[in-house]
Design a protein around this ligand. Structure first.
Ligand SMILES: *Cc1c(COP(=O)(O)O)cnc(C)c1O
Length: 359
């Protein structure tokens, strides 16, 4: 089999050990003579998988007891609507940070449901940085503040959790969840699609503080109702059982790696290596302030953009895949989630150095 490193932004590479275990158990799961895909989502067999996954997630993230964990469908994009539908409450106001491509989509969706105010905007025209929280125009009577801790497309990450006072903080952690330790108690709600750091596409994790399980906007579909989903243990309908199972395997793999402290060190080291190389090069550049460069998605430009196609072709020939930047921003992007080994980053740096020298 061809040796490749897959730098895809999502769906992204999975740890090999996870896929091997899933493969090994595919036809005879847990000595049942069946596949995990074939059993009832409400049966005793699957219940063990569901409960273990939640327990492992709670343990890894130190999720306090007054938070519920939901395993939903619809991706992070459904959360763009579910969050306002469930949390806007009576005064119908929420503040959003427009930090880039994904935040914009969250804002656009939320605007359908209430009075949405953009409290701060990140500008990507020059060197992008995060305006100090003291300059954010936050409203005391907002039902929540929404932000995107890691902007997957723009390669920008908030390395500190912003202090927004008593207003519940809502975070789209799709591309950074489980990449490092975080203090869950700082958040009212965290959501993430699983296809970057937690498994494959089709499952969405929501971690919600119990007091935010309230009556949603009238007309909210049951599937979109956090309260109902929490009451039913996320089993309002047939759950995406295989996704849930694979996410469980990913969580066990992270535990085996040493948990989030270890993941954080590993991810920081990988990202720093790549940024150090880019900063030391005349040919490659990164347009994000070093204080908020993403550990998960490193974006970079070639000095001569007319070399982009050749760069991508030679990279693919060398087994370095999916380095093309998002169509909205161009350039290159290396997504280096939890599952990307340090050897992948080393191989990328070697290739980039060689490409520059060959010009
Ligand atoms: C990938 C991504 C999304 C979109 O997720 P879907 O599961 O496709 O809806 C949303 N937000 C962020 C930050 C992402 O990285």
């Amino acid at each position: 089999m061809k040796k490749v490193y897959n730098f895809s932004p999502g769906p992204a590479m999975l740890p090999k050990a996870v896929m091997e275990k899933a493969q090994h158990e595919l036809l005879n799961w847990d000595e049942t003579g069946m596949s995990v895909m074939e059993v009832s989502h409400r049966g005793e067999l699957f219940k063990k998988v569901a409960e273990q996954a939640e327990q492992d997630l709670r343990e890894l993230m130190h999720i306090p007891d007054n938070y519920r964990v939901l395993f939903l469908q619809g991706g992070a994009t459904s959360q763009f609507a579910m969050v306002p539908m469930n949390l806007l409450g009576k005064n119908n106001k929420a503040d959003y940070v427009n930090s880039g491509n994904w935040a914009k989509k969250a804002i656009k969706e939320a605007e359908q449901y209430g009075d949405i105010h953009v409290a701060a905007t990140i500008n990507y025209d020059g060197v992008a940085n995060i305006p100090d929280v003291s300059s954010w125009q936050l409203r005391d009577d907002a039902a929540y503040v929404h932000y995107t801790p890691n902007e997957t497309v723009n390669g920008l990450e908030f390395h500190d959790v912003p202090d927004v006072g008593d207003v519940p903080l809502v975070a789209d952690m799709s591309s950074t969840i489980l990449s490092r330790p975080i203090d869950v108690s700082r958040f009212g709600l965290i959501y993430a699609g699983t296809q970057k750091n937690l498994g494959f596409a089709g499952l969405t994790i929501v971690i919600i503080r119990e007091d935010l399980l309230q009556e949603p906007l009238s007309g909210t579909p049951s599937m979109f109702n956090y309260q109902k989903q929490a009451e039913q243990g996320s089993l309002l309908n047939t759950a995406p059982t295989f996704n849930w199972y694979v996410t469980g395997l990913v969580l066990q793999w992270i535990k085996q790696q040493g948990g989030l402290e270890e993941m954080g060190e590993h991810n920081h080291r990988k990202a720093q290596k790549l940024y150090d190389f880019i900063d030391g090069s005349e040919y490659y550049s990164n347009q994000v302030d070093p204080a908020c460069r993403s550990w998960m998605n490193a974006v970079f430009l070639l000095k001569d953009e007319s070399h982009n196609a050749e760069f991508l072709k030679q990279a693919a020939d060398a087994g370095l895949l999916h380095l093309k930047g998002h169509r909205a921003v161009g350039g290159m992007r290396a997504s280096i989630y939890n599952a990307m080994p340090e050897s992948g980053v080393d191989a990328l740096i070697d290739f980039m150095r060689g490409f520059e020298q060959s010009l």
